[in-house]
Design a protein around this ligand. Sequence first.
Ligand code: GDP
Ligand code: IMO
Ligand code: MG
Length: 419
Amino acid sequence: MPAVIIVGTQWGDEGKGKIVDYCSKDADFVIRYQGGTNAGHTIVLGEKVFKLRLVPSGVFYGCRVLIGSGVVIDPEVLLKEINDLTSNGVDVNLVVSGKAHVILPYHPILDGSWDKVRGKGKIGTTKRGIGPTYTDKVARRGIRVYDLVNNTYKERVRLNVKLVNRILQHVLQVDHRLDVKEILKQCSRWGVDLQSYVGNVSEIINRALEEKQNVLFEGAQATFLDIDHGTYPFVTSSNPIAGGACVGAGVGPTRIDKVLGVCKAYTTRVGEGPFPTELDDDVGFHLRDIGREFGTVTGRPRRCGWLDLNMIRYARMVNGLTSLALTKLDVLNGLERLMICVGYRWRGSNITSLSIHDMESCEPIYVELEGWETIFNGDEICSEAKAYIAKIEEETGLPIDYISTGPKRVDTICRRSVW
Ligand code: GDP
Ligand code: IMO
Ligand code: MG
């Protein structure tokens, strides 16, 4: 099975990095297709913990790793990441699409300032410049990696800086002026430093697929942060869903064989927006504490709640999921009773689909399951955890191919390989 997309089914941080790394053992190519430095994908190898922002998580198994045109790149972060990996003895066999857009120093400034202006309606972005960079891309004034290496950015950068300075001064009333000379100098340096990584990613991937190589598409963020299909406006500015993989990598939908959804055994969210199963009590605290639910990029505490299967059903629909990887099941250890949301009460009726434009007024309908002390009974999963897993499969109609019971590779049960 050559082409597999791995996507987040909730609000991000489901453990995509861990699952992509695990599945990369048998992959030839791993490609990131959207998002940018807002992503934080954690891979634990022995005593070492890697938190990747841009480099695909297949890098540790020596796969050819690619960054597609749908990703927005902060060259400073990418170059540092490559350097950190290399100095830790990791071979980085990377190709970056020349069509990918560049996060420039003014994008994070605009990101933070706009979110401040929103006041109570703030999104709580990662302040990494993601929204403003995609805005420039769509407005056709963005700078691409090709521009950096071909030296075709100067006039556009000058114009953009002029525009941004006016916005900062007159619209956002921020006391910050950009130094165009400094930015042009940085661009020139980045062009030189990135030169050897730039290539035609779409062509490479399509050739690999022709040759029946195993290709993994690594999603960042998740279904409910999708700009079209997530909880708008509390979303990111790209398409993390499976369809985004075709656009952001430059492959046709007929090439895709499977879509694996990564689903945390409970739900978390960083930033603002609706969250029907959120827990503001001891259990929520317990999940945050045991699950170490603090943002990988920003360090913010993640909001925690029960597993919401209505969300996973929706994720199945919009991604065309073929199976699930269930992660962080161990975090539920020690809870006496477990609740799973199987539907919503919405405007007086029970629904099992998702009216996403009105998630704020959805009240969860729960089924209660028995908890467990530890997942394993000897080598076997205990009967209570088995019942929890079976309930997810029953309600979503999706088989669970992988079960993750800890951050390390060895803490993974593979029931059926995606390959
Ligand atoms: P991603 O953005 O989806 O890749 O997820 P993050 O890396 O931001 O957050 C997932 C966190 O959970 C990381 O700290 C992982 O090391 C950790 N993790 C992944 N799988 C498991 C698991 O099964 N159990 C536990 N306890 N931690 C896990
Ligand atoms: P990974 O790939 C969790 C959230 C932010 C904010 C919203 C918009 O690690 O799962 P942005 O900076 O993208 O404009 O912020 O999206 N967000 C994430 N939450 N995991 C992520 O990535 C996220 N990337 C963005 O917290 O609510
Ligand atoms: Mg993360």
